[in-house]
Design a protein around this ligand. Structure first.
Ligand SMILES: NC(=O)c1ccc[n+]([C@@H]2O[C@H](COP(=O)([O-])OP(=O)(O)OC[C@H]3O[C@@H](n4cnc5c(N)ncnc54)[C@H](O)[C@@H]3O)[C@@H](O)[C@H]2O)c1
Length: 224
């Protein structure tokens, strides 16, 4: 589309998930295929480098998709999880507020902000999957669903913190922020591993004839 894209990624996914999480092949392909793509190796936990990036470049749009994305990993490394998800998001927001307040800031949040509150909803067991019993949830759960009074896991809590801060930079400071609470985001370039990116991991497991472990709910799909 002719846009210049600067990809900020420090390959933390490899640190978190081992060699299977390595994002280098995708980066190399992007650098080879996309004329308008540049890569910057910055850790979003590094507040001064994030600020310098926003000061030295002129961006129209930030799509913030950098994260520690796994529940299980967060329980093992809660400090890294909080620093990446909550503090990293804050660093990006603050750099935008100071150096680029006109910017549009899209944040990849997660449906995990709803914690286990959704587990209290009634389910109907179908042949291959479970559906929500209440018709109003037939098309999924929207943002009116409460995020309080439930168990989130450290990951859910760090993502909640980021989600709320992005909303707050919009409402309080007037930045053009948007929060997207996705679920099951994937694609052929996802470095899927057992702990995270299950759709990509599932397809890879089938293609490579590895085994795939189905956890809970008698092997039936529950999520949308
Ligand atoms: N994949 C899903 O099913 C799903 C579902 C809901 C929400 N999300 C959210 O979408 C976003 C993207 O998820 P994903 O599945 O692409 O995750 P991913 O782990 O594949 O991608 C995250 C990227 O961020 C980079 N990163 C991590 N820490 C960093 C740091 N400190 N500095 C710079 N880069 C860093 C990683 O190297 C990786 O390339 C996340 O915010 C995640 O919570 C994903």
């Amino acid at each position: 589309m002719g846009m210049t894209v600067v990809g900020v990624d420090n390959n933390m996914r490899r640190d978190l998930f081992g060699p299977a999480g390595d994002t280098t092949p995708t980066l190399q392909r992007l650098l080879a295929d996309c004329r308008c793509f540049r890569h910057v190796d910055i850790d979003i936990r590094d507040r001064s480098r994030v600020a310098a990036l926003m000061q030295n470049e002129r961006f129209d749009l930030v799509v913030h998709a950098a994260a520690q994305p796994s529940h299980d990993l967060a329980a093992r490394r809660p400090a890294d999880d909080f620093d990446i998800n909550a503090v990293g998001t804050f660093n990006l927001l603050e750099a935008c507020r100071v150096h680029a307040p006109e910017i549009v800031f899209c944040h990849l949040s997660t449906n995990k902000v709803y914690g286990d509150g959704v587990n209290q909803l009634g389910l109907i067991e179908r042949t291959c999957r479970y559906d929500f019993a209440e018709p109003r949830y037939a098309n999924g759960i929207d943002e009116s669903f409460p995020i309080d009074r439930c168990l989130h896991s450290p990951f859910g809590a760090s993502k909640c913190a980021a989600d709320l801060m992005v909303q707050e930079y919009g409402r309080y400071f007037g930045l053009k922020t948007g929060v997207f609470r996705g679920g099951c985001l994937t694609g052929p370039d996802h470095a899927g591993v057992e702990l995270h990116g299950f759709l990509n991991h599932l397809v890879r497991s089938i293609a490579r004839t590895n085994s795939y472990t189905i956890i809970g709910y008698r092997g039936k799909q529950v999520r949308d």
